[in-house]
Design a protein around this ligand. Structure first.
Ligand code: HEC
Length: 129
């Protein structure tokens, strides 16, 4: 019976990994193939850890929905809104304020950004007066 505490311990250790949210599963299934599990991306996909440098800048909120990988994901508006709320918190440390709603996401994702890298550079380099 010495195996029992070990088994219970291993099960408890396994729990956080199952974690557990639809958001995390949606990230794994729809985003991590390009962005990787840790968000660091690859030679051709920029790191989500750099999202923090855009926080609070004019246009960022819209850009994060309209970037093609998000806007065109096979997810409902409500699931994409929930995923983005989770994603922004995870990679910038702060939740979007106010949180994305399904109405806002529905409106924004109709017009995905055509040139995301240029849009990003413009947001990043804009002078905030
Ligand atoms: C097929 C590869 C691919 C998939 C799948 C993908 N992305 Fe992306 N993502 C990119 C690329 C490439 C960029 C850089 C902008 C561009 O060229 O579209 C990017 C940029 C982003 C950015 C902008 C980050 C910043 O600060 O500039 C966000 C946010 C984002 N993706 C979210 C998502 C989400 C959420 C999903 C899953 C629903 C997703 N992506 C799925 C390739 C992908």
């Amino acid at each position: 019976m010495r195996a029992l505490p070990l088994t219970v311990g291993l099960l408890l250790l396994a729990l956080p990994a199952r974690a557990d949210s639809y958001e995390e599963h949606d990230y794994i299934l729809n985003c991590s193939g390009c962005h990787r599990m840790d968000g660091r991306g690859s030679r051709t996909v920029p790191s989500l850890l750099d999202m923090a440098e855009l926080r609070g800048k004019p246009g960022t909120r819209e850009y994060w929905v309209q970037v093609p990988g998000a806007a065109q994901a096979p997810l409902t508006d409500a699931r994409l809104a929930a995923l983005l709320n989770w994603l922004v918190k995870r990679f910038t440390g702060q939740s979007p304020n106010p949180a994305y709603t399904d109405e806002e996401v529905r409106r924004l994702r109709r017009t995905p950004t055509r040139d995301p890298l240029a849009a990003r550079a413009k947001i990043r380099d804009a002078k905030v007066r």
